[in-house]
Design a protein around this ligand. Structure first.
Ligand SMILES: Nc1ncnc2c1ncn2[C@@H]1O[C@H](COP(=O)(O)OP(=O)(O)OP(=O)(O)O)[C@@H](O)[C@H]1O
Length: 213
């Protein structure tokens, strides 16, 4: 369980997040929703250790920690908006790259990546390059790449925003099946239907106005 307490963040004197507290429960999916510009992506990036909060506390399974530490320990994985696949690497290499850089053998990483591609119904695409994939397939590869690092908490930034509306349900099914395999998940989305279909709980980020001073 990851507890987040009293997170605040300003950019250039403008407060974006004001004393946000939330709990991410094990093996559940939490949707972070709110209007455009409210700070959903900022909150996700803070949890991912990619942006530093100005203040606040993080408690992982009862122990105080920092997102940077959780990231270092491989606790948290991220599926980025727009997938951010490496265009010059095949699907298989996209998935294997980080585990190999972390010291896994090529053979082990290859086997694990093929298993993930099987689970995500993409085995034929192992040798394809990202440009040749559909949006839905790219999303699956992005999820496989994050899962390859065996995170305990998986964060998704707007997983449906780069996809046709008709793919929304298939991404929702995928997110649900990852949860059924025991993953704890946080999904940032402005899509309330999607949030309702995947989430056990929903956290709403309020839009705040005015300056810090
Ligand atoms: N690195 C940054 N530097 C300056 N301002 C930033 C930075 N990142 C975000 N902001 C500002 O913080 C506010 C919240 O942005 P954020 O992307 O977190 O919102 P969001 O709720 O995810 O929006 P959307 O739904 O449109 O993606 C915006 O006003 C944005 O311009």
């Amino acid at each position: 369980m990851l507890e987040i307490k009293n997170i605040s963040k300003s950019f250039n004197g403008k407060k974006v997040l004001d004393n946000i507290s939330l709990t991410i429960d094990d093996q559940k999916t939490l949707a972070i929703v709110g209007p455009s510009g409210a700070g959903k992506t900022t909150l996700l990036r803070i949890i991912a250790g990619l942006t530093e909060a100005d203040s606040g506390e993080f408690i992982w399974n009862g122990q105080p920690t920092t997102p940077a530490q959780l990231r270092k320990d491989g606790v948290i994985g991220v599926v980025f908006q727009g997938f951010e696949l490496f265009p010059n690497l095949t699907v298989l290499k996209n998935i294997m790259l980080a585990p190999v850089l972390q010291g896994q053998s090529q053979a082990e990483a290859d086997k694990a990546a093929m298993q993930l591609l099987d689970e995500l119904a993409l085995p034929e695409q192992a040798d394809a390059y990202p440009f040749s994939l559909s949006g839905g397939q790219k999303q699956r590869v992005a999820i496989a790449r994050a899962l390859a690092l065996n995170p305990q908490v998986l964060l998704y930034d707007e997983p449906t925003s780069a996809l046709d509306p008709n793919l929304r349900q298939s991404v929702a099914n995928l997110v649900k099946s990852v949860q059924q395999n025991g993953m704890t998940q946080v999904v940032v989305t402005h899509d309330m239907d999607f949030a309702e279909s995947v989430a056990d709980t929903t956290f709403k980020v309020q839009q705040i106005g005015g300056d810090d001073e």
